[in-house]
Design a protein around this ligand. Structure first.
Ligand SMILES: [Zn+2]
Length: 195
């Protein structure tokens, strides 16, 4: 049905523009449903953990998340398909942060360390136009923060504080993945007690 499942790459202006909210009355429209369907197909084809609408050249505020035994993201637990329409993130003051090694389908063959919050509140609409507010904690919240950043025109590379952490995917696996897994295990063991 969809022939073109390509993804906008870093440097394409659409990735830098803030996306527009979907009017509530349009959430159930054929057009919105079609965009979401195409996003799901594209994310799965490229083995992503998530995808933002502007990555498939649609300048609207929708992102999706799904992690099912993903070989690119071995350290993440599974997350069943989640569709977030008009998502907004609220971060409480003094929320703990941790370093997350990230990659992106719009940034070919690059990973880097980004500081992310341990706990976020996300408000969004479902495909049935129901408004939901959820608290997302720990590693799961990495994917949310990464995807919602896309909708605001940011890429993970904007948030890499130490450029020496930028590595190819191959070198990530070869030199950094083991150590990163240990860091995450340590973080997970204390995360329950963090704000
Ligand atoms: Zn991305």
């Amino acid at each position: 049905m969809f022939k073109d499942l390509n993804i906008a790459q870093i440097g394409h202006p659409i990735l830098r523009n803030k996306t527009k909210d979907i009017p509530i009355n349009d959430i159930k429209s054929d057009n919105t449903q079609k965009i979401i369907e195409k996003m799901i197909k594209t994310m799965r084809k490229h083995n992503g953990a998530g995808l933002a609408a502007n990555q498939i050249y649609e300048p609207v505020r929708i992102c999706i998340i799904e992690v099912l035994d993903n070989p690119r993201y071995k350290h993440l637990n599974t997350i069943p398909l989640k569709i977030l329409i008009n998502p907004k993130v609220i971060i409480k003051k003094d929320t703990a942060t941790f370093n997350s090694y990230e990659g992106c389908l719009s940034v070919p063959n690059l990973r880097g360390k980004v500081r992310r919050y341990n706990s976020i509140n996300v408000t969004y609409y479902t495909m049935d136009a129901k408004k939901i507010t959820e608290n997302i904690k720990g590693l799961e919240s990495i994917v949310y923060q990464h995807e919602i950043d896309h909708l605001d025109g940011y890429l993970f590379t904007d948030k890499v504080e130490d450029n020496s952490t930028l590595v190819t995917y191959e070198n990530y696996q070869k030199y950094y993945e083991e150590e990163y897994k240990k860091e995450l295990e340590n973080f997970n063991s204390i995360a329950e007690n963090l704000s």
